[in-house]
Design a protein. Structure first.
Length: 343
């Protein structure tokens, strides 16, 4: 299969939208831009199209997909919001949609079981990318879209990165520019507590815990076991992984280089005082946000840098920790899951 890339002109993306809709209507897959990362889109209400997503990504069937709407108005086609959480769900939607935010809610019968891996719930998001919104509107159906990478690999934040991941496997990539958030959406589940709504962060992302606290109590998801289990979808410990082994050392002194091996450093700010720069004769030093360190810049560059460091052909990538506030939480989550784990 030849993979074509169609650039969505930032002043008039109508042609690109039409092309994408044509493929989706015929049950095909299209890689689409969103503000977080590129998604591998299928008509969410067409089970055969959705099945192709799992095939192309080599994704296990127990890992459910996110369903994208063009507007919160369509929420009732895919989700049934229980009465007791209606108010908080509406408030959250108003605050964070369109945006990098996903809610897990009870699903309607319209959503094929394949999308949710048989779960009674569906993950829903309204993306802020106008091209994505228009494709959904024109298609007249929600779009199921996981990140457009092969399973377990680095999420793509540009059309070129999608090409690297899925060339020859899909007919069309819509190039809508670099993803401006750079990290996947925050995923939460919501229920009513004794007094206030309770939210559990299933995956940290651009919408921080602090931003959610205004709406109720916020919990961090703790998997019952580190092993892959159906009740912990999306929480697979090994994920976002470069081919080059990546090690995250919380303290510089934990790094013990092996003689003759070539190491690259993934640094947050590239500052000597962080203690990693002078630790070794690094093959390369890549900075997420050089200088004072800006979390938003680091997030935008995060997957791009991982991909770049992975292309160097070094023996290992050594990652410096990032302080865990705001977007730092999401980046550390990705680094931990990208790193080599002893288990
Ligand atoms: O920003 C994003 O969320 C991007 C863009 C493309 O929208 N999408 C994305 O999808 O990151 P994906 O498939 O790479 O990750 C979605 C995660 C999955 O790991 C899945 O396990 C979790 O969402 N998920 C989906 N449905 C769920 C459900 N019903 N309950 C719990 N988790 C769910
Ligand atoms: Mg993914």
């Amino acid at each position: 299969m030849i993979t074509e890339t169609e650039v969505a002109d930032f002043e008039d993306w109508g042609d690109a939208v039409q092309k994408a809709v044509g493929v989706l209507q015929a049950g095909g897959l299209v890689a689409l831009p969103t503000e977080t990362v590129y998604g591998l889109g299928a008509d969410a209400l067409n089970p055969e199209a959705v099945a192709k997503v799992f095939e192309v990504k080599e994704r296990p069937h127990f890992d459910p997909l996110i369903v994208h709407l063009s507007s919160v108005k369509d929420l009732s086609t895919v989700a049934v919001v229980p009465e007791e959480i209606k108010e908080v769900v509406e408030a959250l939607a108003k605050e964070f949609w369109p945006g990098p935010f996903t809610m897990v809610l009870p699903k309607t019968d319209a959503v094929p079981d394949l999308v949710t891996s048989g779960l009674p719930t569906v993950a829903v998001r309204v993306s802020a990318h106008e091209v994505m919104q228009d494709v959904i509107k024109e298609l007249g159906s929600p779009i199921a879209a996981p990140s457009a990478n092969r399973f377990g690999r680095i999420s793509p934040t540009s059309a070129a990165a999608v090409q690297e991941e899925l060339d020859g496997r899909i007919p069309l990539i819509i190039d809508g520019g670099a993803s401006r958030e750079g990290l996947e959406s925050t995923i939460i589940s919501v229920k009513m507590g004794e007094k206030r709504p309770e939210m559990t962060i299933l995956r940290p992302g651009p919408v921080s815990k602090e931003a959610l606290q205004k709406f109720g109590k916020v919990f961090k998801y703790k998997p019952a076991s580190a092993k892959n289990s159906p009740e912990a979808p999306g929480q697979l410990p090994s994920h976002y992984a470069p081919r080059t082994p990546l090690y995250l050392f919380e303290r510089p002194e934990d790094f013990k280089p092996e003689p003759g091996k070539r190491y690259a450093l993934l640094s947050y700010r590239g500052m000597e005082k962080d203690g990693y720069l002078d630790l070794h004769e690094w093959e390369t030093i890549g900075c997420l946000s050089s200088g004072t360190g800006k979390l938003a810049e680091g997030a935008v560059r995060f997957f791009y840098m991982l991909r770049y460091m992975d292309s160097l052909g070094v023996d290992a990538i050594i990652a410096e920790p990032i302080s865990e506030t705001g977007l730092g939480v999401a980046m550390m989550d990705r680094l931990r899951r990208a790193s080599v784990q002893d288990s």
